[in-house]
Design a protein around this ligand. Structure first.
Ligand code: GTP
Ligand code: MG
Length: 195
């Protein structure tokens, strides 16, 4: 059927997004199940054992910090990741605009510059999950803006609004990221450019 069992032995999730949107807080909230008031610039890479993940697959979660990491290091992490979560802050319109002006084009160009083991260009598009953090700060939703973006970027598998502070939708966010790798719904292998 459409949902075939994945052979994948692990899932590697990378969080990117503008400074201050809450990437590190999201990871530490997931791990400790409480909101960390003080966070380092970058969380250590963590591995979640298979038996505590919904899909029963060991899951690595990788943080990105523009302070601690170079553009080259970011490109290497994008290529290693199986799914990229692009995080914005729902109260920060600039961080939302940067999804289309910076982050989505960066992930696309980084992946199309890479080659697979046979030296062929890698045409697979990296699945993306859009994550709106800090939903505790606003009374409205940004999902309409995000649905418009999803129409232009079929590699976006899902979107979620959450809060590292209240823990709202935190485990869902990481579940959507796992699901984007193990049960992708949109065609991730695009042979022709669509634009
Ligand atoms: P860089 O490491 O600089 O790229 O930032 P980051 O994306 O890792 O953000 P970080 O986790 O350091 O959080 C930035 C600020 O936002 C901190 O003061 C956090 O306490 C705050 N913050 C993070 N998540 C939330 C949230 O869900 N709600 C609220 N109200 N504040 C948050
Ligand atoms: Mg950080």
């Amino acid at each position: 059927g459409q949902y075939t069992a994945s052979q994948r032995k692990n899932v590697r999730i990378l969080l990117v997004g503008d400074a201050g949107v809450g990437k590190t807080s999201l990871i530490l909230s997931l791990v400790s199940e409480e909101y960390p008031e003080e966070v380092p610039p970058r969380a250590e890479e963590i591995t979640i054992p298979a038996n505590v993940t919904p899909e029963q697959v060991p899951t690595n979660i990788v943080d990105f910090s523009s302070v601690e990491q170079s553009d080259d290091a970011l490109a290497a992490e994008i290529n290693k990741a199986h799914v990229v979560c692009i995080v914005y802050a729902v109260d920060d319109d600039d961080s939302l605009d940067r999804i289309t002006s910076h982050w989505l084009p960066l992930v696309r160009s980084t992946c199309s510059n890479s080659s697979n083991a046979d030296g062929e260009p890698d045409v697979a598009r990296k699945p993306i999950v859009l994550v709106g953090n800090k939903i505790d700060l606003i009374e409205y939703s940004t999902i309409d803006n995000v649905l418009a973006i999803m129409e232009d970027y079929p590699e976006i598998e899902s979107c979620v609004e959450c809060s590292a502070k209240t823990l709202h939708n935190i485990s869902e966010m990481f579940y959507y990221a796992q699901k984007a790798v193990l049960h992708p719904t949109s065609p991730l292998y695009i042979m022709e450019e669509q634009n």
